[in-house]
Design a protein around this ligand. Sequence first.
Ligand code: FAQ
Length: 335
Amino acid sequence: MYTQAMDTAAREGHEAPAPRPGEDPALQQRFDARIDAGEFIEAKDWMPEAYRRTLLRQISQHAHSEIVGMLPEGAWITRAPTLKRKTILLAKVQDEAGHGLYLYAAAETLGSSRDQMLQALHGGRAKYSSIFNYPTLSWADVGTIGWLVDGAAIMNQVPICRCSYAPYARAMVRICREESFHQRQGFESLLTLMQRGTPAQQAMVQDAVNRWWWPAVMMFGPPDEASPHSAQSMRWGIKRVSNDELRQKFIDAAVEQARVLGVTLPDPALRWNEARQHWDFGAIDWDEFWRVVGGDGPCNAERLAARVQAWEDGAWVREAALAHAARRQREPLAA
Ligand code: FAQ
């Protein structure tokens, strides 16, 4: 279900941007031909500056999302209802940290340092996914994040395993395998609450689904016609499937899963469309999306403050690691 075909929407009609001053048109043509032939680009290969910048923007935003994404669920580690659930949640949050590290490492191959990327995040200049600016109010939110947020993340990320930039594509293979575990543990946790829980626990699940559904639908980004980067990113094989197509695939999958869980999705306009062979859905509140992306969501300030605090609290660890590395260089046997 989450391994949709990674063949791509047509690239025709998207012209490559003109070479920038100083860029050799012959190199540009060779690059375009490699992209058209479906070849992967490696870190040391020539690439247009605009391609490099687009990748750096997307990969660093993605890395920040994984790291900030640890916070909403992390808040429940001390309150997980059983030791089993606590262990699973600890492992999941730790996985997200690992994803952030693979992605920062992939972004570093494009010439930016981790410090620069983190400064951009901490200074409010870099984006991360809108979804992590919503609060986790109950235990059911943790299962719902696994089901819907990881579900949306996989839908979006499986096609990136075939991104034209090889270091990003390689990082995504492992990330997608782990995300798919995350999605299933979330679904299983909700299923347990729905099938073996009390009416109050079932109501808690429905309440969580009501709050997370629309933010999850928004995760795929603005509609295609309002997405400034999509056309060029599709042309370059960075994006393989459009925002709207992925959103539709996600909704189609989630409707059936909601039926199995026994929860209602909070969209009265959801209706099967026989002609389209897809579920029609209601209007998305794009004002809310842009408000949250712009910094004015329920938890933006709290999330950023937590990341800055963690960075400051970790300063002594970084200093100690650097001092240790310097000592090993000076005295190789001292380790
Ligand atoms: N939130 O022209 P487009 C996860 C921005 S990881 C905030 O369509 P693009 C794992 C966009 O950056 C979730 N901003 O842009 C997990 C751009 O702004 P800019 C993250 C958004 O790049 C689970 C502007 O709007 N996943 O969940 C959002 O072609 C559970 C115009 O948009 C990724 O990052 C948004 N939702 O397409 C962790 C996947 N959507 O840069 C913990 C990789 C759009 O011009 C717990 N990224 N914007 O200032 C992508 O696939 C793409 O970057 C998109 C956006 C699809 C997100």
